[in-house]
Design a protein around this ligand. Sequence first.
Ligand SMILES: Cc1ncc(COP(=O)(O)O)c(C=O)c1O
Length: 399
Amino acid sequence: MKLSDRVQGMQNSPIRKFNPMAAEAKAAGTKIYHLNIGQPDIVTPPVFMDAIKNFDQKVLAYAESPGLPQLQDSIIDYFKTFDMPLERKDVLITSGGSEALTLAFLSLINPGDEVIVAEPYYTNYLTFIQAADGVVKPVTTYVEDGYKFAYLDRLEAAVTEKTKMISIVNPGNPTGCILSREDMRLICDFAKKHDLWILADEVYREFAYDGREMTSFGQFEDVADRVIIIDSVSKRFSACGARIGCIVCKNEELMSSVMKIAMGRLCCPTLEMVGAAALYELDASFFTEVRAEYEHRRDVSYEALKKIPGVVCEKPGGAFYITCKMPVESTEDLLIFLLQEFRDNGETVMYAPAEGFYATEGLGKNELRIAYILKAEDMARGIELLGKGIEAYKAAGNK
Ligand SMILES: Cc1ncc(COP(=O)(O)O)c(C=O)c1O
């Protein structure tokens, strides 16, 4: 018996693959600061649970495949605040942004089609694209350059006759990079010139700092038929376990193709859709407080990282991640050391090694991503542990 070549060629997620090691450390009484995953400690707004508690139907029935109309409508209202008028047919509810990405790639990619992606990228893009038999075509970005990638010459160099789409996470995970309106215009014109789809993952839309204005790819009317927006309640409302997201797209052909797969998977969980509808109805003032909290966490994390000798990082403009170069040869080996050998007062720290965020062989080995999703004092302690851990790692003879 054999498994598919497709699956055998895939990686295990560098965000989660060290969890068994962490579980062992915890079972032995170690406290771990989890900076490896974008799981915020911000309280989920109570309206989510309240809406579910008030659900009064006697049968927990399947919903329609596109999603509960009340959730579609609250998403439509939410997007109105970004001057993006939508109809129900433009919104398909999915099980998280992850399913939205999977459905979009499955609907667009033929075997061997290439997707232009800035690297380092959100590591699971590789998994989703490979699952659709596509190929990641990376455009490498650099910490020293603030991870900017909207350079026409670099984008042009990535185009081949197999290029099908360009995929963008804005604000970026794992870099926190935010595209300016001019960058976005450049990408739209580039996509038009080469007749590419634009997949715009904007799940961190509200998390833009230092007064930055966020523009959505959905606001560029001349590319409305080629833009697919990925959205999710996970980060925005600190509701990762709800597993609710959506695809927003005005291209009817694409939406009816996605629907074929969506009908096959029947529907998203009804109760979570009821809760998510209440989340999307929250007043925009909710984000003011949350944004200020993340901005503070970012500042504390950045300052703490800069204190570690040899760290190279830029202050990110958005999302809640910082990717940096570390003064070690392998951040995977360092992480294994931190989980298995290093302790400071019974505590250690976990991050995501960045090699799996790159498609280009050899890149990212000495880089890591931390998520600043814990309270500021916990971030400071986690990063202090990282610094102490590096000292101990080197004192043990590692490079
Ligand atoms: C850029 C990006 N897109 C999509 C997702 C998927 O999130 P979810 O499936 O929880 O909506 C994540 C999760 O970290 C992400 O960072």
